[in-house]
Design a protein around this ligand. Structure first.
Ligand SMILES: Nc1ncnc2c1ncn2[C@@H]1O[C@H](COP(=O)(O)OP(=O)(O)OP(=O)(O)O)[C@@H](O)[C@H]1O
Ligand code: SF4
Ligand SMILES: [Mg+2]
Length: 324
């Protein structure tokens, strides 16, 4: 893919949080690209910085967050340099769906009124036309009898149906990028599969890009084209899903994949030793070094830079240092 196909480019993003206990060094130089029309996954354990990354793209970071450095280019423009631009982008060029649809919908308003309101804020159309668009959107996300559903309150819908409504709302502004933060983890497995199918269909029909956040490699395999693996506020490996699953190179990715139960695998599951570090006082050098079976002296001192080890496959680890 050429550089022209890049829709979003996050570069060396460093974000801290000011807390009573001290400074939480949440992101330590996060970089990745999302191409037009692809599903890009961010995977990692709890607390590794997936949500902070997505909120920074949307300009929705909490008040105690400090963007220390970095750039976020959307269609070539640095959003962090231009806060005004960011306000327009929220809900326009970029939309988001969250983990729990029940808390994202307003329980007091009918579904139809909520979608119509979003359409009216973004598009210069009559109320009548906005309602028609809302019905079409509900239909396009696979809701049966959309005209009837317009009159439902959120509590009258199942979790899967609520998530479809959220997706319809997210699409109502015709975004180029849809950020989905664990959009299926509150749903049961069958419904989860249906929502993944819907997101794939939306990507194919509208050629939008999706940033898909998850901690589940099964879901990555199901829906993503490329994936970035995060550990303690850093992106340790990026590549096509095929490359990462069949040829993981970073010791953390290897450990993560080895800890997933697979049908037919007999040997005991490998578990990454130790625990996730506190981001109040993260390990120097490579943040994974206290847990890494391959750690060397340099790992304790120098942060490894990301190196392209094969076409489109990047690894940030001293084992793959440039020129070695
Ligand atoms: N408002 C905040 N104040 C202080 N620290 C925060 C704040 N928000 C997030 N953090 C910290 O930033 C780090 C990254 O958090 P983030 O929510 O991005 O993790 P995550 O990868 O989305 O995890 P999960 O899988 O549990 O959703 C964590 O250490 C978290 O405690
Ligand atoms: S840089 Fe060193 S500590 Fe970090 S993953 Fe690579 S070998 Fe392990
Ligand atoms: Mg999160």
């Amino acid at each position: 893919m050429s550089q022209n196909d890049v829709l979003l480019s996050v570069r060396d993003l460093v974000i801290h949080f000011v807390t009573y206990d001290g400074i939480v060094k949440a992101l330590d130089g996060v970089s990745f690209d999302i191409y037009r029309g692809e599903v890009f996954g961010l995977i990692g354990e709890t607390g590794c910085g997936k949500t902070v990354t997505s909120l920074s793209i949307l300009g929705l970071l909490p008040e105690n967050a400090r963007i220390i450095s970095g750039k976020i280019f959307f269609k070539g423009e640095n959003l962090l340099e231009n806060p005004e631009k960011l306000r327009g982008i929220r809900g326009k060029g970029i939309s988001m769906i969250f983990q729990d649809p029940a808390t994202s919908l307003n329980p007091l308003y009918k579904v139809g009124d909520q979608i119509t309101k979003v359409i009216l804020t973004h598009q210069n159309v009559s109320k009548e036309k906005a309602r028609k668009k809302a019905i079409n959107l509900l239909k396009s996300v696979g809701l049966p009898d959309p005209e009837r559903i317009m009159n439902f309150y959120p509590f009258e819908l199942s979790g899967g149906m609520q998530q479809r409504v959220m997706i319809a709302i997210a699409l109502s502004s015709n975004p180029d990028l849809l950020i989905a933060d664990e959009p299926t983890s509150a749903l049961d497995v069958t419904v989860q599969a249906q929502i993944l199918d819907l997101l794939k269909k939306i990507r194919d029909e509208r050629n939008i890009s999706i940033l898909f956040i998850t901690h589940n490699f099964g879901i990555v395999a199901e829906i993503c084209d490329r994936v970035g693996v995060m550990y303690a506020g850093t992106v340790v490996e990026i590549g096509s899903v095929e490359n990462i699953l069949s040829n993981p190179m970073h010791p953390y990715t290897k450990g993560l994949l080895a800890s997933i139960p697979m049908p037919g695998r007999r040997q005991k599951l490998a578990i990454i030793r130790g625990t996730i570090p506190s981001l109040l006082d993260p390990p120097p050098g490579c943040r994974f070094h206290p847990r890494c079976p391959n750690a060397m002296d340099i790992c304790r001192k120098e942060k490894p830079e990301s190196v392209e080890v094969e076409d489109g496959h990047f690894v940030a680890c001293h084992l793959f240092r440039r020129g070695m």
